[in-house]
Design a protein around this ligand. Structure first.
Ligand code: NAP
Length: 481
């Protein structure tokens, strides 16, 4: 077997590991092993690529590896679970810029070899390479600046709200047309100076479009845009794979691209929105209004606090209990206390479920990850569509740091920025106990009339410590009997 055969065979093995790993990521019990398998696939792909004789100098590769490894270790050590969406946004951006640089380098290489117009320099199948170079730069550029903008919004370095202005869509369309013209001039111009100017314009406009593309998206739509940018980073990598003729990069890019699109569509469905609506409507820019209850009537109630002792009394008598976790559970890291309370409730004869909203928290699967970490049995996790019909039969719904995903305004108030997003119908339970620290709004920044309803009680404080107090009450009862 010669080196080329060995490399291609290894790429096939790596690709198979990616596909099996991806499949295993679809189910919680196999997800960890799936992740590991994909990582092994990537290691094989990396090592084998470095064995390729086309690599003539290892100096910069070694520097890149060292910096990347150090950054990876730092992320592993210091990035909090609640900062995952920002981290994912940043990593998408790195993927985008890496592909852009590949396209850029290849463009310079071709220009240096052929000093006449690129269109004539690239006959036949190489024209395809030329087109792919420009696509790589465009998609990579959009992914890079779009992801940086999304990162700044998610990290709260700037307002998370959509930025809208008159003529925004027309400006975006004009930028796109200008980019295409610049690309065409760069390909067909015979003068090196014109080609360079057109190429530079193309490069800059690709970066600007990423920025203006994410600008009108904000609020609860950010998860959708992150997964779309993830998909774009995959497509850019796939295109870069075509440029340098690297099969494993093409396969990995395709897998990221398609799985990202699938995730984007799932997220859109979860928010009851179409992709075009998410990308172009500037949803979430409306002022906060939330005042209507589940039937659409105005709620004029007041927040009714409840103590840990009284919460214990309510729970002690309950037979059907549902936990509805949200972002606040992630902030307070209360998942272990939640599991402990769930076990005590079961010992007390209650049936316990966990209602999982697809966009609860700050990343897809956020609640599943936290509850799995606390060893909550996977069978107790119930998806939103399955739990909602059961809600009227629930004695108690315990809302742990969730807000937007249980806000009835999403189903009743047309003026609400989250109108149309399906919710977990916590308000239909007989008693709703809401754990939060104060009057803080959710991600979309609007009020929630659930907290004002007659059957709602507020258990104020950090979720971890309030849950601990309720758990202590149960334990005291067990010790006394
Ligand atoms: P949320 O609407 O962001 O509400 C979280 C609530 O938790 C806040 O009202 C806050 O109130 C409370 N909280 C914060 N820290 C707490 C603590 N230590 N202890 C107790 N409570 C605490 O959360 P959500 O209902 O999970 O909704 C998720 C939102 O994020 C949706 O709008 C979704 O679209 C968006 N989003 C989701 C993703 C994703 O992929 N899942 C990504 C980006 C954005 P206090 O301040 O009063 O405590």
């Amino acid at each position: 077997m010669n080196l080329a055969d060995f490399i291609n065979l290894s790429y096939i093995v790596a690709s198979i590991l990616f596909i099996i790993g991806l499949k295993m990521l679809g189910k919680q019990p196999t997800a960890r092993r799936g992740n590991l398998l994909s990582a092994v696939g990537m290691l094989i792909a990396l090592v084998v690529t470095l064995l390729d004789r086309q690599v003539v100098n290892f100096t910069w590769i070694t520097v890149g590896l060292a910096v990347g490894t150090l950054l990876g270790i730092a992320c592993h050590r210091y990035a909090k679970m609640t900062s995952m969406p920002e981290l994912v946004a940043l990593l998408n951006g790195f993927g985008g810029i890496a592909s852009l640089l590949v396209g850029w380098a290849e463009f310079i290489k071709i220009r240096n070899i052929h000093h006449h117009a690129l269109a004539t320099a690239l006959p036949g199948s190489e024209t395809f390479t030329g087109i792919v170079i420009f696509l790589t730069i465009l998609i990579g550029g959009i992914t890079f600046t779009g992801s940086l903008y999304a990162f700044a919004k998610l990290a709260e370095w700037m307002s998370g709200k959509p930025t809208l202005f008159r003529g925004q869509h027309q400006l975006n369309a004009a930028l796109f047309v200008l980019t295409c013209i610049a690309g065409a001039v760069a390909v067909f111009a015979s003068s090196p100076a014109v080609t360079l100017a057109a190429f530079t314009t193309y490069l800059v406009l690709s970066l600007v479009i990423g920025w203006t593309f994410v600008m009108p998206i904000g609020g609860g739509d950010m998860p959708v845009v992150i997964s779309l940018l993830n998909s774009l980073s995959g497509l850019a990598a796939c295109a870069a794979g075509f440029i340098i003729g690297n099969n494993v990069l093409i396969v990995a890019g395709c897998l990221v691209g398609t799985s990202g699109v699938i995730l984007t569509l799932i997220m859109c469905k979860a928010m009851n929105r179409t992709m075009t609506n998410v990308l172009f409507s500037g949803f979430g820019a409306a002022p906060a209004t939330a005042t209507a209850d589940a039937s659409g009537a105005i709620v004029q109630g007041e927040l009714k606090p409840i103590s840990a002792e009284d919460t214990f009394a309510v729970l002690e008598a309950a037979r059907q209990v549902v936990f509805i976790p949200g972002y606040g559970m992630a902030v307070s890291q209360a998942q272990h206390q939640v599991r402990e309370l769930a076990e005590l409730l079961e010992q007390n004869g209650a049936e316990v479920r966990f209602a999982i909203h697809p966009v609860a928290g700050r990343m897809p699967g956020h609640m599943n990850v936290l509850l799995a970490e606390a060893n909550v049995p996977y069978e107790q996790l119930v998806e939103m569509d399955a739990i909602n019909p059961l809600m009227p039969g629930m004695d108690v719904a315990i809302v742990i740091g969730a807000n937007d995903v249980v806000n009835p305004a999403a189903t009743t108030d047309r003026a609400s920025p989250i109108f149309g997003m399906p919710i977990i119908k916590a308000h239909e339970a007989r008693t709703v106990i809401c754990l939060k620290r104060g009057k803080g709004a959710g991600f979309s920044g609007i009020e929630n009339q659930l907290f004002l309803l007659p059957n709602s009680r507020m258990l104020y404080g950090d979720a971890k410590s309030t849950l601990q107090s309720v758990v202590s009450e149960f334990k005291a009862l067990a010790a006394a009997s």
